[in-house]
Design a protein around this ligand. Structure first.
Ligand code: GLN
Length: 470
């Protein structure tokens, strides 16, 4: 009830698209009954959680913040949602995002942009918001980053204890960094994608947003493991783990990728990154500079592969099976075209067009196949570094702290999005686990996260290092 009233009190953040008040209260009552009657409790019994609105939820509208799916009520739960419900967790509702998770701002969905709760922190307002009582009063509000901005804002504003996001190129870690929460992207294949409406099948992973690293580890323990409904999940059984309370980092080797010193990185983020490296060094860890020489190809490589998969994935939205269908039904062709024109925003339509261009017979080798080869080179950069004894990489998550919405929309949105993913996309191309952990506040009083990238399926090590740091 407290979470639900907090959701109402923070409605202006626009973090939630759907609040499942009735079912949430019912689930909470059942949980309370289990507790009172001494029944065995699930690992998350009674814990309220939120889910990004690109995961299917049985009986609850799932929109992907798109006109295409507005009104669509899935008949089943995504595996990750079901696993949380099976442990007694209480589903509060569905969170806001960029349409079909394409973006880095959470500004591009049909329900409007998500506001970063830090826009209302005293330090930021005292220094950066002119006091006035006009309608402009709120004009300096900040973006959450994205595309899982609704989930990040939901955790950051204390309306839930954990929220699911998705991470294809950074969409969990980017808003986590901007909203001052923990954002974990697991190894590709560790957590089921069944019921996550796809963006890029070969890179999508469900992400976990929490207030601390221990919470992320608990939730990962529940979500991870094989799912017969997702053939890309690991076959081995995953043993949930608890993070140690005493952590010794003195035997660790931390890598600092040279190529991540990139234009656009703010001096504040750079300083925090260096300070974090010193912290590890002072605790006895070895901190070494490493090379990931293909880093600067990752944005274009991601773009080609992402749009190619988008072109194919979005073909299912044809007005026949799901959601929106145009009234223009002179012919099937006309209906298809009108449905897709009315249903998708300009970002989605743009990506479908680019993707189909890269997949044309005469372009396929030069773009799609080449991008796949570059992807392998990017993945091999990591393999080489880890083979040389590096345990974990330490990098920034984002170039700067968050910025006001009015500034964000001034620039070419898509160019900025692309630049902002420079530190996060390579981990998706390589399938590696990565986590963003809040560090200090910027001079403006806004959160800045740093990222650790780990070796495939070495989440225990990654999370242990992150916990020591947090
Ligand atoms: N910003 C990237 C994109 O727009 C990543 C999105 C994501 O991880 N879902 O594709």
């Amino acid at each position: 009830q407290r979470c639900l009233s907090l959701i109402k009190a923070t409605k202006f953040l626009n973090a939630y698209i759907t609040v499942a008040e009735d079912t949430a209260l019912k689930q909470a009552e059942e949980s309370e009954k289990r507790y009172r009657t001494g029944q065995t409790l699930g690992n998350l019994d009674g814990i309220p959680f939120a889910v990004k609105d690109n995961f299917s939820t049985a009986g609850i509208e799932t929109t992907c913040a798109s006109n295409m799916l507005k009104g669509y009520i899935p008949p089943y739960n995504a595996t990750v949602v079901q696993k949380l419900l099976d442990q007694g967790a209480v589903l509060l509702g569905k969170t806001n995002l960029d349409e079909f998770a394409m973006g880095s701002g959470s500004t591009d969905g049909i329900f409007g942009p998500v506001k970063n709760p830090w826009s209302y922190s005293r330090q930021y307002r005292e220094k950066h918001v002119q006091h006035s009582h006009t309608e402009n009063e709120d004009s300096n509000w900040l973006i959450t980053g994205g595309s899982s901005g609704g989930s990040a804002a939901a955790v950051s504003s204390f309306t839930c204890f954990v929220a699911l996001g998705s991470d294809t190129g950074g969409s969990t870690r980017n808003p986590a960094s901007h909203c001052g929460v923990v954002g974990l992207k697991p190894t590709y294949g560790l957590v089921s994608r069944h019921g996550l409406i796809p963006l890029v099948n070969s890179m999508d992973v469900p992400g976990i947003l929490t207030r601390c690293v221990d919470d992320a580890a608990i939730v990962l323990g529940i979500l991870a493991g094989h799912d017969p409904k997702d053939s890309t999940t690991v076959q081995d059984t995953f043993k949930p783990f608890e993070l140690p309370s005493f952590i010794d980092v003195s035997k660790l080797c931390i890598g600092i990728p040279k190529e991540y010193h990139t234009p656009g990185l703010s001096s504040e983020t750079l300083a925090l990154w260096a300070k974090a490296a010193d912290l590890f060094e002072n605790a006895g860890a070895k901190v070494v500079d490493v090379n990931l020489p293909h880093t600067h190809y990752s944005i274009v490589c991601y773009h080609v592969l992402c749009t190619a998969e988008v072109a194919s994935n979005m073909a299912r939205f044809d007005g026949l099976e799901y959601g929106h269908r145009s009234n223009m039904d002179q012919s099937t062709e006309v209906m298809y075209a009108a449905t897709r024109r009315e249903g998708f925003n300009y970002v989605v339509r743009g990506r479908i067009l680019s993707g189909n261009y890269f997949l044309l017979k005469q372009n396929y080798e030069n773009y799609f196949v080449k991008a796949q080869k570059v992807r392998r080179l990017i993945a091999n950069d990591f393999v080489n570094v880890f083979n040389r004894g590096i345990d974990v990489l330490l990098t920034p998550t984002t170039l700067t702290d968050t910025i006001p919405y009015l500034e964000f929309i001034k620039e070419d949105n898509r160019t900025r999005s692309a630049q902002d993913d420079i530190f996060t996309q390579a981990a998706n191309l390589a399938g590696l686990p990565a986590i963003s952990v809040p560090t200090a506040l910027s001079e403006k009083g806004l959160p800045i996260g740093l990222q650790f990238i780990g070796q495939a399926f070495q989440e225990m090590q990654l999370l242990t290092v992150a916990k020591w740091f947090e």
